[in-house]
Design a protein around this ligand. Structure first.
Ligand SMILES: *Cc1c(COP(=O)(O)O)cnc(C)c1O
Length: 540
């Protein structure tokens, strides 16, 4: 390890002097500007497969005593970090919502990192603040489609905000429901509002036992964190059974009324536009009506599915989202922006005043500091990456990407359905689907008893888990897995493969090779061997 001298002169050079020519850092830069995916494919030849082995490289808890040359440190990063990173750019990496990025993010993000603006207040961000407000306005417009006058009034108003930019969907959901909580338990009749008094006094004033949030069983786990952080408690997260993968408006209404009759107040119904596990979209328009009838807030968690709004062809799948009081959209999912870009949008530009905070040295009364209504304090200029994507790809570019992903998912679903050895467990509503291996012998069996179906499902679960792990370890492709209740199996939970088609470079050949690989991996699995003979056994 090349140690550098410990001197202020050396440290000043670290701040000011770019390294030149043949330094490792310069080489990394050159490689990266050519193509990240080439760069990754050169380096992702992971030899160490177990996490424990990798942990050996990160085992010391001491801050290194002496400075190191930047170039020599860069070598170490290549060796220890990059070589064992996950290649999310691979077209066969189709298991998660994280995927390849368009190349322009790399050079542009250098501007963002280099300028090091802090969006919490104007004094450290100037032009970035209006840019972020405009970006939020564009997303607001995508959802709520208000007239130009509306945006002229509110886009840059110090007393309003059309949304809150944050690090991701989790913080966006917390922010939206925090705003909702403070509005619902806001100041009235001499009561100073929950923000000031806390929940105990608020429950007393409103004469309620508890405050609750409702979503389908498929609600993202960030909602569990939300009820926890907001102080209303995880017992008050009403997760409604959803064998069809969506929140039924009838069940929502009945459960909401029952909850209220027990002396509780319902804070919000959360409709999901693109569930994490199966990609289903709740009936948002009907749920908005239910929320109105129950007198609660309506939030739409469109963290993943929100980008569908770019598509004229498919935007109607999210109909009713314009009735939401608030909505969450992650730009780092289907909008192909680097990690760390989430947004909460508010129908009413005054809503977020319920969480407005003032301080003496910043966020002064009447200032346009974004930090006054965001949960996070210091924040980077990530909105620039969303802004740039809007310009470089355009609404129509996004539309093409979304349409392509949805249509590819439909195609993949057809491939799976027509394959004798696979079962499509949930059809894609957007670009996410689930399926599993199922031997041909199990098709058109005579009626099986409940317990026979259960036994079969347990065996298939074991098979799915094993194949998913082995495929991941082989490193050519990646499909994730989850457990979901399925109507067709009496609402029993089964383990399934989960696929998110995000990378536009994923081809039909890639998809077909993934199925082939899974089938090949199954051939010597005891469950597969046993089930392939199932029919004969059954008949005998
Ligand atoms: C991803 C996701 C979240 C959480 O977003 P993060 O950006 O991971 O914090 C919440 N809800 C849904 C539906 C999601 O898909």
């Amino acid at each position: 390890m090349a140690k550098a001298e410990v001197s202020l002169e050396h440290l000043f050079r670290v701040f000011t002097k770019p390294e030149h020519d043949d330094s490792t850092l310069a080489k990394i830069e050159r490689h990266l500007s050519d193509n990240v995916s080439d760069f990754l494919s050169q380096h992702v030849v992971t030899k160490k497969t177990s996490l424990e082995e990798i942990e050996q490289d990160f085992s010391s808890a001491r801050v290194p005593d002496s400075p190191e040359f930047v170039s020599s440190h860069a070598e170490a990063l290549l060796d220890k970090l990059v070589a064992h990173s996950v290649n999310t750019y691979a077209p066969t990496f189709i298991g998660h919502m994280t995927s390849a990025l368009p190349y322009f993010h790399l050079p542009l993000s250098k501007l963002m990192v280099g300028l090091n603006q802090n969006l919490v207040k104007i004094e450290t961000s100037k032009a970035f603040t209006p840019l972020e407000r405009q970006t939020l306005g564009m997303m607001h417009n995508l959802i709520y489609q208000r007239e130009d006058d509306f945006y002229a009034d509110y886009l840059h108003s110090a007393e309003h905000s059309l949304g809150a930019f944050c690090s991701g969907g989790t913080v966006a959901n917390i922010t939206a429901l925090w705003v909702a909580r403070n509005l619902l338990l806001g100041p009235q009749d001499g009561f100073k509002g929950v923000a000031k008094t806390g929940l105990v006094a608020a429950y007393k004033h409103f004469n309620i036992e508890n405050l609750g949030i409702m979503s389908s069983r498929r609600g993202h786990y960030s909602l569990g964190k939300t009820v926890d952080v907001l102080g209303i408690g995880r017992d008050n997260m009403l997760s409604i059974e959803s064998p069809k993968q969506i929140l039924s408006p009838e069940k929502a209404l009945a459960a909401g009324k029952a909850y209220q009759e027990r002396g509780n107040k319902l804070l919000a119904i959360v409709g999901i536009a693109g569930t994490t596990e199966t990609g289903h979209v709740d009936p948002l328009d009907e749920l908005a009506e239910v929320a109105k009838e129950l007198g609660c807030w309506f939030h739409v968690d469109a963290a993943w599915g929100g980008a569908t709004l770019f598509s004229d062809t498919y935007r109607s799948k999210l109909k009713g989202i314009e009735d939401a009081d608030s909505a969450t959209i992650d730009a780092h999912k289907q909008m192909y922006v680097p990690m760390g870009a989430g947004m909460a949008l508010f129908k009413d530009p005054a809503a977020s005043n319920s969480v407005r905070h003032h301080a003496q040295y910043i966020l002064r009364q009447g200032s346009k500091d974004l930090g006054a209504t965001t949960l996070e304090g210091s924040r980077n200029g990530m909105a620039m990456m969303v802004y740039s994507s809007f310009h470089i790809l355009g609404r129509r570019g996004y539309e093409l990407l979304i349409d392509n992903a949805i249509e590819k998912a439909q195609l993949f679903a057809d491939m799976i359905s027509q394959h004798p050895c696979f079962e499509l467990t949930t059809s894609p509503v957007l670009s996410l689907l689930t399926y599993r291996l199922r031997p041909e012998a199990l098709h058109d069996l005579p009626d099986l008893s409940q317990s026979e179906i259960q036994t079969l499902n347990h065996q298939l679960d074991e098979l799915t888990v094993s194949i998913q792990k082995r495929q991941r370890e082989a490193g050519r492709s990646f499909v994730s897995r989850t457990r979901i209740e399925l109507e067709q199996y009496n609402n029993e939970s089964v383990t399934v493969f989960r696929v998110v088609l995000a990378n536009p470079l994923t081809t039909v050949e890639d998809l077909s090779s993934i199925l082939e690989e899974q089938l090949a991996l199954a051939q010597d699995h005891p469950v597969w061997l046993a089930l392939t003979q199932f029919k004969q056994v059954k008949i005998a």
